[in-house]
Design a protein around this ligand. Structure first.
Ligand code: MG
Length: 174
């Protein structure tokens, strides 16, 4: 059970992920979390770096998709500026919207990698779907109120994972 929270890849940020390596592994689609993965929760537009990264990802032949538990109103500006498709109010880690994405874009589970900053939504969701899960550090210390409880649980899970030597904070791997 606890293994479901272990990310396949652990990177400092979205800028430290080896996307070329993902392509070589057969990944065709990269699902990005928004808040604290691409931007801090209190920012309403992506950075120039984020825009450039999406451009790079597309040029590698990967399909980036924004999948956020935030509402459409929050997600829409990023969808427009980053010029990528999106799924708002996605209810991660529930499977429904992951399945919807697979059926719309005709990807197989193993062709998809999911990047996010939370074990309980992003990593658990991706692992449950048999997708490649990639954990990044949250960009800022600030979280949405709704996330605070998840962070509390995440702290407990991380301690458990560390005691079983399944995961160590700051020990990045790919
Ligand atoms: Mg997040």
């Amino acid at each position: 059970m606890i293994e479901k929270f272990v990310p396949d890849i652990y990177a400092q940020s979205i800028y430290r992920i080896d996307y070329e390596k993902l392509v070589k592994k057969g990944i065709k689609c990269v699902i990005f979390d928004l808040d604290n993965t691409i931007v801090p929760v209190d920012r309403s537009a992506p950075s120039r770096d984020a825009v450039n990264l999406m451009f790079k990802i597309k040029s590698l032949g990967l399909k980036p998709i924004l999948m956020s538990n935030s509402m459409k109103k929050r997600v829409e500006p990023f969808r427009n500026i980053l010029e990528i498709d999106s799924c708002a109010s996605s209810k991660k880690p529930l499977k429904k919207n992951y399945k919807k994405i697979l059926s719309i874009y005709k990807f197989k589970n193993e062709e998809v990698a999911c990047i996010g900053d939370q074990l309980i939504t992003d990593i658990w969701g991706a692992n449950g779907m048999g997708m490649t899960s990639i954990l990044v550090n949250p960009i800022s210390k600030k979280d949405k109120t709704i996330t605070l409880f998840n962070r509390f649980l995440e702290g407990i899970i991380m301690k458990r994972l560390e005691s079983k030597e399944l995961f160590k904070k700051g020990a990045y791997y790919d």
